[in-house]
Design a protein around this ligand. Sequence first.
Ligand SMILES: Nc1ncnc2c1ncn2[C@@H]1O[C@H](COP(=O)(O)OP(=O)(O)O)[C@@H](O)[C@H]1O
Ligand SMILES: [Mg+2]
Length: 446
Amino acid sequence: MSDGSPARTNAVQPGPVQRPARPIAELDPDVARARPTGVAELDRVLGGGLVPGSVVLLAGEPGVGKSTLLLDVAHRFASCGQRALIVTGEESPAQVRLRAERTGAVHESLYLAAENDLGALLTHVDDVAPGLLVVDSVQTISTDTVDSASGGVPQIRAVAAALIAVAKQRGIATVLVGHVTKDGSVAGPRVLEHLVDVVLHFEGDRHTSLRLIRATKNRYGPADEIGCFEMREDGIVGLADPSGQFLSERATPVAGTCVTICIEGKRPLVTEVQALVARSPTGGTPRRSVTDLDSGRVAMLLAVLARHGGIAFGDFEVYAATVGGMRATEPGSDLAIALALASAARDAPLPQTLCAIGEVSLSGDVRRVGGLERRLAEAARLGFTVALVPGGHDGGSLRSAAIHGIRTLPVDTLPAALAAVANMRSRIGEGRRPALRTVHGGGASA
Ligand SMILES: Nc1ncnc2c1ncn2[C@@H]1O[C@H](COP(=O)(O)OP(=O)(O)O)[C@@H](O)[C@H]1O
Ligand SMILES: [Mg+2]
Protein backbone atom coordinates (compact mmCIF):
# COMPACT_ATOMS: atom_id res chain seq x y z
CA MET A 1 0.00 0.00 0.00
CA SER A 2 1.05 3.59 -0.48
CA ASP A 3 1.34 4.04 3.30
CA GLY A 4 4.52 2.03 3.36
CA SER A 5 6.24 4.02 0.58
CA PRO A 6 9.83 5.02 1.33
CA ALA A 7 9.09 8.56 0.22
CA ARG A 8 7.15 9.12 3.43
CA THR A 9 9.61 7.57 5.81
CA ASN A 10 12.66 9.28 4.21
CA ALA A 11 11.08 12.66 3.46
CA VAL A 12 13.81 15.04 2.20
CA GLN A 13 14.36 18.07 4.42
CA PRO A 14 15.70 21.36 3.01
CA GLY A 15 19.48 21.40 3.42
CA PRO A 16 22.28 23.94 3.34
CA VAL A 17 23.27 25.43 -0.04
CA GLN A 18 26.72 26.10 -1.45
CA ARG A 19 25.80 29.45 -2.96
CA PRO A 20 22.44 31.23 -2.77
CA ALA A 21 20.49 31.65 -5.99
CA ARG A 22 21.02 35.09 -7.51
CA PRO A 23 19.35 37.15 -10.23
CA ILE A 24 20.81 36.01 -13.52
CA ALA A 25 21.80 39.55 -14.48
CA GLU A 26 24.18 39.72 -11.50
CA LEU A 27 26.11 36.62 -12.50
CA ASP A 28 29.49 37.07 -14.14
CA PRO A 29 29.50 35.40 -17.58
CA ASP A 30 33.29 35.73 -17.85
CA VAL A 31 33.66 32.87 -15.41
CA ALA A 32 32.43 30.47 -18.09
CA ARG A 33 34.32 32.09 -20.93
CA ALA A 34 37.00 30.05 -22.66
CA ARG A 35 40.63 31.15 -22.30
CA PRO A 36 42.85 30.35 -25.27
CA THR A 37 45.44 27.67 -24.49
CA GLY A 38 47.88 29.13 -27.00
CA VAL A 39 47.74 25.90 -29.00
CA ALA A 40 45.62 27.23 -31.85
CA GLU A 41 44.57 23.87 -33.26
CA LEU A 42 43.41 22.74 -29.82
CA ASP A 43 41.55 26.00 -29.23
CA ARG A 44 39.77 25.47 -32.53
CA VAL A 45 38.41 22.12 -31.30
CA LEU A 46 37.60 23.40 -27.82
CA GLY A 47 35.64 26.31 -29.28
CA GLY A 48 38.03 29.04 -28.09
CA GLY A 49 40.03 27.48 -25.30
CA LEU A 50 39.74 26.01 -21.81
CA VAL A 51 36.93 27.16 -19.53
CA PRO A 52 37.88 27.55 -15.85
CA GLY A 53 36.17 24.83 -13.82
CA SER A 54 35.52 22.68 -16.86
CA VAL A 55 36.70 19.10 -17.20
CA VAL A 56 38.02 17.84 -20.53
CA LEU A 57 38.62 14.18 -21.31
CA LEU A 58 41.41 13.61 -23.82
CA ALA A 59 41.10 10.03 -25.01
CA GLY A 60 43.52 8.21 -27.27
CA GLU A 61 45.63 5.14 -27.81
CA PRO A 62 48.97 4.85 -26.05
CA GLY A 63 51.78 6.58 -27.92
CA VAL A 64 49.57 8.87 -29.97
CA GLY A 65 50.98 11.95 -28.24
CA LYS A 66 48.62 12.89 -25.40
CA SER A 67 51.35 13.54 -22.82
CA THR A 68 53.41 15.51 -25.33
CA LEU A 69 50.50 17.75 -26.31
CA LEU A 70 49.38 18.38 -22.73
CA LEU A 71 52.91 19.23 -21.66
CA ASP A 72 52.88 21.89 -24.36
CA VAL A 73 49.48 23.18 -23.22
CA ALA A 74 50.58 23.27 -19.57
CA HIS A 75 53.76 25.08 -20.52
CA ARG A 76 51.87 27.74 -22.45
CA PHE A 77 49.40 28.08 -19.59
CA ALA A 78 52.26 28.55 -17.13
CA SER A 79 53.87 31.10 -19.45
CA CYS A 80 50.72 33.22 -19.20
CA GLY A 81 51.25 33.76 -15.48
CA GLN A 82 49.07 31.08 -13.89
CA ARG A 83 50.28 27.85 -12.35
CA ALA A 84 49.82 24.57 -14.12
CA LEU A 85 50.07 21.20 -12.37
CA ILE A 86 50.68 17.91 -14.16
CA VAL A 87 50.03 14.79 -12.11
CA THR A 88 51.53 11.79 -13.81
CA GLY A 89 50.65 8.29 -12.77
CA GLU A 90 52.56 6.53 -15.54
CA GLU A 91 55.86 8.28 -15.95
CA SER A 92 58.53 9.32 -13.50
CA PRO A 93 59.13 13.06 -12.99
CA ALA A 94 62.55 12.59 -14.59
CA GLN A 95 60.95 11.16 -17.74
CA VAL A 96 58.57 14.09 -18.02
CA ARG A 97 61.40 16.53 -17.33
CA LEU A 98 63.37 14.90 -20.14
CA ARG A 99 60.48 15.37 -22.54
CA ALA A 100 60.08 18.96 -21.40
CA GLU A 101 63.73 19.55 -22.21
CA ARG A 102 63.32 18.05 -25.66
CA THR A 103 60.21 20.09 -26.46
CA GLY A 104 61.25 23.27 -24.66
CA ALA A 105 58.53 23.16 -22.01
CA VAL A 106 60.46 23.88 -18.82
CA HIS A 107 58.90 26.74 -16.84
CA GLU A 108 58.97 27.83 -13.20
CA SER A 109 55.17 27.94 -12.94
CA LEU A 110 54.78 24.44 -14.35
CA TYR A 111 54.56 21.93 -11.50
CA LEU A 112 54.91 18.20 -11.72
CA ALA A 113 53.97 15.39 -9.35
CA ALA A 114 54.17 11.64 -9.80
CA GLU A 115 51.24 10.22 -7.88
CA ASN A 116 48.83 7.30 -8.01
CA ASP A 117 46.72 8.05 -4.97
CA LEU A 118 43.72 10.35 -5.27
CA GLY A 119 44.09 11.74 -1.75
CA ALA A 120 47.70 12.69 -2.40
CA LEU A 121 46.73 14.22 -5.73
CA LEU A 122 44.18 16.45 -3.99
CA THR A 123 46.87 17.53 -1.52
CA HIS A 124 49.08 18.56 -4.44
CA VAL A 125 46.18 20.60 -5.78
CA ASP A 126 45.84 22.31 -2.38
CA ASP A 127 49.56 23.06 -2.23
CA VAL A 128 50.05 24.31 -5.78
CA ALA A 129 46.62 25.96 -6.29
CA PRO A 130 46.86 25.59 -10.08
CA GLY A 131 44.68 27.20 -12.72
CA LEU A 132 45.21 24.15 -14.92
CA LEU A 133 45.34 20.56 -13.73
CA VAL A 134 46.40 17.71 -16.03
CA VAL A 135 45.86 14.15 -14.79
CA ASP A 136 47.82 11.69 -16.92
CA SER A 137 46.13 9.26 -16.91
CA VAL A 138 42.87 8.92 -15.02
CA GLN A 139 43.26 5.11 -15.12
CA THR A 140 46.43 5.25 -13.04
CA ILE A 141 44.89 7.16 -10.13
CA SER A 142 42.97 5.23 -7.49
CA THR A 143 41.51 5.65 -4.04
CA ASP A 144 41.26 3.13 -1.22
CA THR A 145 37.80 4.46 -0.41
CA VAL A 146 36.54 2.34 -3.29
CA ASP A 147 36.91 -1.39 -2.92
CA SER A 148 37.89 -2.37 -6.45
CA ALA A 149 40.99 -2.88 -8.54
CA SER A 150 42.95 0.14 -9.74
CA GLY A 151 41.95 1.06 -13.27
CA GLY A 152 38.54 -0.59 -12.90
CA VAL A 153 35.31 1.18 -13.71
CA PRO A 154 34.28 1.92 -10.08
CA GLN A 155 37.73 3.41 -9.40
CA ILE A 156 37.75 5.53 -12.54
CA ARG A 157 34.28 6.80 -11.79
CA ALA A 158 35.16 7.71 -8.20
CA VAL A 159 38.39 9.43 -9.21
CA ALA A 160 36.68 11.38 -11.98
CA ALA A 161 33.80 12.43 -9.71
CA ALA A 162 36.24 13.75 -7.08
CA LEU A 163 38.30 15.66 -9.67
CA ILE A 164 35.19 17.12 -11.29
CA ALA A 165 33.95 18.32 -7.88
CA VAL A 166 37.29 20.00 -7.13
CA ALA A 167 37.44 21.56 -10.61
CA LYS A 168 33.97 23.09 -10.24
CA GLN A 169 34.53 24.31 -6.68
CA ARG A 170 37.83 26.03 -7.36
CA GLY A 171 37.45 26.96 -11.02
CA ILE A 172 40.37 24.79 -12.13
CA ALA A 173 40.47 23.91 -15.80
CA THR A 174 41.08 20.18 -15.69
CA VAL A 175 42.20 17.79 -18.41
CA LEU A 176 41.90 14.06 -17.79
CA VAL A 177 43.88 11.75 -20.03
CA GLY A 178 42.09 8.49 -20.82
CA HIS A 179 43.66 5.51 -22.53
CA VAL A 180 41.71 3.58 -25.09
CA THR A 181 42.92 0.50 -26.90
CA LYS A 182 42.15 -0.57 -30.47
CA ASP A 183 40.20 -3.65 -29.43
CA GLY A 184 37.58 -1.77 -27.41
CA SER A 185 38.39 0.17 -24.30
CA VAL A 186 39.87 -1.48 -21.22
CA ALA A 187 37.76 -0.04 -18.40
CA GLY A 188 37.79 2.78 -20.85
CA PRO A 189 36.98 6.43 -20.80
CA ARG A 190 33.48 5.47 -22.02
CA VAL A 191 32.23 5.59 -18.42
CA LEU A 192 33.56 9.13 -18.14
CA GLU A 193 32.01 10.59 -21.24
CA HIS A 194 28.74 11.66 -19.63
CA LEU A 195 30.49 12.99 -16.51
CA VAL A 196 32.87 15.43 -18.17
CA ASP A 197 32.12 18.66 -20.06
CA VAL A 198 34.19 18.03 -23.16
CA VAL A 199 35.30 14.80 -24.82
CA LEU A 200 38.20 14.96 -27.25
CA HIS A 201 39.53 12.03 -29.24
CA PHE A 202 43.18 12.09 -30.19
CA GLU A 203 43.65 10.00 -33.33
CA GLY A 204 46.60 9.07 -35.44
CA ASP A 205 48.53 6.22 -36.89
CA ARG A 206 51.83 5.59 -35.18
CA HIS A 207 53.46 5.13 -38.59
CA THR A 208 52.61 8.59 -39.85
CA SER A 209 53.20 11.93 -38.23
CA LEU A 210 49.64 13.21 -38.69
CA ARG A 211 47.49 13.58 -35.58
CA LEU A 212 43.85 14.68 -35.40
CA ILE A 213 41.83 15.83 -32.44
CA ARG A 214 38.10 15.48 -32.76
CA ALA A 215 35.49 16.73 -30.28
CA THR A 216 32.59 14.35 -29.74
CA LYS A 217 31.01 16.33 -26.92
CA ASN A 218 31.39 19.97 -25.96
CA ARG A 219 29.23 21.81 -23.44
CA TYR A 220 30.93 25.09 -24.34
CA GLY A 221 31.07 25.08 -28.10
CA PRO A 222 30.38 23.22 -31.31
CA ALA A 223 31.42 19.56 -31.46
CA ASP A 224 32.13 19.42 -35.17
CA GLU A 225 35.64 20.80 -35.41
CA ILE A 226 38.89 18.98 -35.81
CA GLY A 227 42.42 20.05 -34.99
CA CYS A 228 45.38 18.88 -37.07
CA PHE A 229 48.85 18.30 -35.69
CA GLU A 230 52.14 16.92 -36.78
CA MET A 231 54.27 14.82 -34.45
CA ARG A 232 57.90 15.86 -34.59
CA GLU A 233 61.10 15.12 -32.75
CA ASP A 234 60.84 18.42 -30.90
CA GLY A 235 57.19 17.98 -29.92
CA ILE A 236 53.81 18.35 -31.49
CA VAL A 237 53.00 21.25 -33.79
CA GLY A 238 49.67 22.48 -35.10
CA LEU A 239 48.99 22.30 -38.83
CA ALA A 240 46.96 25.35 -39.67
CA ASP A 241 46.94 24.36 -43.34
CA PRO A 242 47.00 20.57 -43.50
CA SER A 243 45.51 19.93 -46.95
CA GLY A 244 48.75 19.22 -48.81
CA GLN A 245 49.69 16.60 -46.19
CA PHE A 246 47.28 14.12 -47.69
CA LEU A 247 48.72 14.13 -51.18
CA SER A 248 51.72 12.27 -52.47
CA GLU A 249 54.20 14.14 -54.58
CA ARG A 250 55.44 12.55 -57.76
CA ALA A 251 56.78 13.71 -61.09
CA THR A 252 54.70 11.42 -63.27
CA PRO A 253 51.15 10.22 -62.66
CA VAL A 254 50.62 6.61 -61.62
CA ALA A 255 47.57 4.45 -62.12
CA GLY A 256 45.24 3.87 -59.18
CA THR A 257 45.21 7.29 -57.56
CA CYS A 258 42.55 9.98 -57.49
CA VAL A 259 42.19 13.10 -55.37
CA THR A 260 39.04 14.19 -53.59
CA ILE A 261 38.15 16.90 -51.11
CA CYS A 262 36.56 15.79 -47.84
CA ILE A 263 34.99 18.08 -45.29
CA GLU A 264 36.20 17.36 -41.77
CA GLY A 265 34.49 19.49 -39.19
CA LYS A 266 34.28 22.74 -41.07
CA ARG A 267 37.48 22.23 -43.04
CA PRO A 268 37.82 21.12 -46.62
CA LEU A 269 40.81 18.77 -46.85
CA VAL A 270 42.28 17.66 -50.14
CA THR A 271 42.88 13.93 -49.85
CA GLU A 272 44.39 11.35 -52.18
CA VAL A 273 42.83 7.92 -52.57
CA GLN A 274 45.05 5.07 -53.74
CA ALA A 275 44.02 1.69 -55.07
CA LEU A 276 45.95 -1.37 -56.16
CA VAL A 277 44.44 -4.27 -58.05
CA ALA A 278 46.49 -7.45 -58.39
CA ARG A 279 45.85 -11.03 -59.41
CA SER A 280 45.46 -13.24 -56.36
CA PRO A 281 48.56 -15.44 -55.97
CA THR A 282 46.74 -18.11 -53.99
CA GLY A 283 43.71 -18.55 -56.16
CA GLY A 284 41.54 -18.56 -53.04
CA THR A 285 39.13 -15.86 -51.97
CA PRO A 286 40.75 -12.62 -53.18
CA ARG A 287 41.91 -10.24 -50.51
CA ARG A 288 40.10 -6.93 -50.00
CA SER A 289 42.12 -4.62 -47.79
CA VAL A 290 40.85 -1.14 -46.96
CA THR A 291 42.65 1.44 -44.82
CA ASP A 292 41.17 4.77 -43.73
CA LEU A 293 38.22 4.30 -46.07
CA ASP A 294 34.81 2.82 -45.33
CA SER A 295 35.23 -0.85 -46.32
CA GLY A 296 31.48 -1.25 -46.82
CA ARG A 297 31.44 1.61 -49.30
CA VAL A 298 34.50 0.29 -51.13
CA ALA A 299 32.77 -3.09 -51.50
CA MET A 300 29.68 -1.32 -52.79
CA LEU A 301 31.74 0.70 -55.27
CA LEU A 302 33.41 -2.49 -56.56
CA ALA A 303 29.94 -3.91 -57.20
CA VAL A 304 28.74 -0.71 -58.87
CA LEU A 305 31.85 -0.62 -61.08
CA ALA A 306 31.18 -4.23 -62.10
CA ARG A 307 27.49 -3.70 -62.74
CA HIS A 308 27.49 -0.22 -64.32
CA GLY A 309 31.09 0.40 -65.34
CA GLY A 310 31.91 -2.91 -66.99
CA ILE A 311 34.94 -3.43 -64.71
CA ALA A 312 34.81 -6.79 -62.96
CA PHE A 313 37.28 -7.32 -60.12
CA GLY A 314 36.38 -11.02 -59.83
CA ASP A 315 39.31 -12.92 -58.39
CA PHE A 316 41.65 -9.91 -58.18
CA GLU A 317 42.96 -8.68 -54.89
CA VAL A 318 41.97 -5.09 -54.13
CA TYR A 319 43.79 -2.72 -51.81
CA ALA A 320 42.49 0.78 -51.14
CA ALA A 321 43.80 3.46 -48.82
CA THR A 322 44.38 7.17 -48.36
CA VAL A 323 47.66 9.04 -48.10
CA GLY A 324 49.00 10.52 -44.89
CA GLY A 325 46.61 8.93 -42.40
CA MET A 326 43.54 10.96 -43.34
CA ARG A 327 40.21 9.17 -43.30
CA ALA A 328 37.97 9.57 -46.33
CA THR A 329 34.81 7.86 -45.13
CA GLU A 330 32.21 10.41 -46.17
CA PRO A 331 30.06 9.60 -49.23
CA GLY A 332 31.51 12.61 -51.09
CA SER A 333 34.70 10.62 -51.62
CA ASP A 334 32.88 7.78 -53.47
CA LEU A 335 33.55 9.11 -56.95
CA ALA A 336 37.28 9.47 -56.32
CA ILE A 337 37.48 5.96 -54.83
CA ALA A 338 35.62 4.51 -57.81
CA LEU A 339 37.90 6.34 -60.27
CA ALA A 340 41.01 5.21 -58.39
CA LEU A 341 39.77 1.60 -58.50
CA ALA A 342 38.96 1.86 -62.20
CA SER A 343 42.30 3.49 -62.91
CA ALA A 344 44.10 0.69 -61.05
CA ALA A 345 42.12 -2.02 -62.83
CA ARG A 346 42.84 -0.54 -66.26
CA ASP A 347 46.38 0.54 -65.38
CA ALA A 348 45.48 3.96 -66.78
CA PRO A 349 46.63 6.98 -64.75
CA LEU A 350 44.36 9.99 -64.24
CA PRO A 351 45.57 13.53 -64.93
CA GLN A 352 47.43 14.93 -61.93
CA THR A 353 45.44 18.14 -62.16
CA LEU A 354 42.14 16.28 -61.69
CA CYS A 355 40.04 15.82 -58.58
CA ALA A 356 36.62 14.21 -58.14
CA ILE A 357 33.78 14.92 -55.73
CA GLY A 358 30.47 13.09 -55.47
CA GLU A 359 28.51 10.31 -53.86
CA VAL A 360 27.90 7.21 -55.98
CA SER A 361 24.58 5.44 -55.53
CA LEU A 362 23.82 1.76 -56.09
CA SER A 363 22.24 2.70 -59.41
CA GLY A 364 25.53 4.22 -60.58
CA ASP A 365 24.27 7.80 -60.32
CA VAL A 366 26.59 10.50 -59.05
CA ARG A 367 24.76 12.33 -56.30
CA ARG A 368 25.24 15.84 -54.97
CA VAL A 369 27.17 16.51 -51.77
CA GLY A 370 27.21 19.47 -49.39
CA GLY A 371 29.83 22.21 -49.39
CA LEU A 372 30.80 21.77 -53.05
CA GLU A 373 31.96 25.35 -53.44
CA ARG A 374 34.24 25.19 -50.42
CA ARG A 375 35.70 21.94 -51.65
CA LEU A 376 36.35 23.36 -55.11
CA ALA A 377 37.95 26.50 -53.74
CA GLU A 378 40.33 24.39 -51.66
CA ALA A 379 41.19 22.18 -54.65
CA ALA A 380 41.88 25.24 -56.78
CA ARG A 381 44.05 26.72 -54.04
CA LEU A 382 46.24 23.62 -54.14
CA GLY A 383 46.63 23.80 -57.89
CA PHE A 384 43.99 21.43 -59.25
CA THR A 385 42.50 22.68 -62.51
CA VAL A 386 39.72 20.20 -63.31
CA ALA A 387 37.06 18.74 -61.03
CA LEU A 388 34.49 16.08 -61.76
CA VAL A 389 31.40 17.11 -59.83
CA PRO A 390 27.84 15.77 -59.58
CA GLY A 391 25.53 16.99 -62.33
CA GLY A 392 22.54 19.09 -61.45
CA HIS A 393 24.40 21.79 -59.52
CA ASP A 394 23.04 25.15 -60.51
CA GLY A 395 25.18 27.44 -62.60
CA GLY A 396 25.77 29.69 -59.59
CA SER A 397 28.12 27.45 -57.68
CA LEU A 398 29.89 26.32 -60.83
CA ARG A 399 30.42 29.84 -62.09
CA SER A 400 31.92 31.06 -58.81
CA ALA A 401 34.14 27.99 -58.77
CA ALA A 402 35.41 28.92 -62.21
CA ILE A 403 36.44 32.26 -60.74
CA HIS A 404 38.65 30.35 -58.33
CA GLY A 405 40.49 28.89 -61.30
CA ILE A 406 39.10 25.37 -61.51
CA ARG A 407 37.07 23.95 -64.37
CA THR A 408 34.15 21.77 -63.33
CA LEU A 409 32.93 18.82 -65.37
CA PRO A 410 29.45 17.81 -64.22
CA VAL A 411 28.82 14.05 -64.46
CA ASP A 412 25.45 12.44 -63.77
CA THR A 413 26.58 8.84 -63.62
CA LEU A 414 29.67 6.78 -62.89
CA PRO A 415 29.89 5.59 -66.54
CA ALA A 416 29.80 9.26 -67.60
CA ALA A 417 32.65 9.99 -65.18
CA LEU A 418 34.68 7.07 -66.56
CA ALA A 419 34.07 8.34 -70.10
CA ALA A 420 35.05 11.90 -69.15
CA VAL A 421 38.29 10.62 -67.65
CA ALA A 422 39.04 8.53 -70.74
CA ASN A 423 38.66 11.68 -72.85
CA MET A 424 41.26 13.44 -70.77
CA ARG A 425 44.13 11.13 -71.55
CA SER A 426 45.87 13.83 -73.57
CA ARG A 427 46.15 15.99 -70.48
CA ILE A 428 48.01 13.37 -68.50
CA GLY A 429 51.45 14.47 -67.52
CA GLU A 430 50.53 18.08 -66.82
CA GLY A 431 51.79 18.88 -63.33
CA ARG A 432 49.94 20.65 -60.59
CA ARG A 433 50.85 24.28 -60.45
CA PRO A 434 51.99 25.04 -56.88
CA ALA A 435 54.51 22.78 -55.22
CA LEU A 436 52.83 20.66 -52.58
CA ARG A 437 54.38 19.63 -49.31
CA THR A 438 55.50 16.07 -49.01
CA VAL A 439 53.89 13.63 -46.60
CA HIS A 440 56.00 12.75 -43.62
CA GLY A 441 55.87 9.06 -42.87
CA GLY A 442 57.42 6.68 -40.40
CA GLY A 443 57.57 9.22 -37.59
CA ALA A 444 60.60 10.84 -39.15
CA SER A 445 61.24 14.44 -38.26
CA ALA A 446 60.15 17.17 -40.62
N1 LIG B 1 62.96 11.17 -27.58
C1 LIG B 1 61.98 11.12 -28.48
N2 LIG B 1 62.18 11.61 -29.73
C2 LIG B 1 61.21 11.57 -30.64
N3 LIG B 1 60.01 11.07 -30.42
C3 LIG B 1 59.73 10.56 -29.21
C4 LIG B 1 60.70 10.56 -28.18
N4 LIG B 1 60.14 10.01 -27.07
C5 LIG B 1 58.88 9.67 -27.43
N5 LIG B 1 58.63 10.01 -28.69
C6 LIG B 1 57.39 9.79 -29.44
O1 LIG B 1 56.36 10.62 -29.00
C7 LIG B 1 55.13 9.95 -29.21
C8 LIG B 1 54.09 10.44 -28.22
O2 LIG B 1 54.35 9.97 -26.96
P1 LIG B 1 53.39 10.38 -25.72
O3 LIG B 1 53.11 11.83 -25.74
O4 LIG B 1 54.02 9.81 -24.49
O5 LIG B 1 52.05 9.58 -26.08
P2 LIG B 1 50.85 9.19 -25.10
O6 LIG B 1 50.94 10.06 -23.90
O7 LIG B 1 49.62 9.43 -25.92
O8 LIG B 1 51.01 7.76 -24.77
C9 LIG B 1 55.42 8.47 -29.10
O9 LIG B 1 54.82 7.81 -30.16
C10 LIG B 1 56.92 8.37 -29.21
O10 LIG B 1 57.25 7.59 -30.33
MG1 LIG C 1 51.33 9.45 -21.96
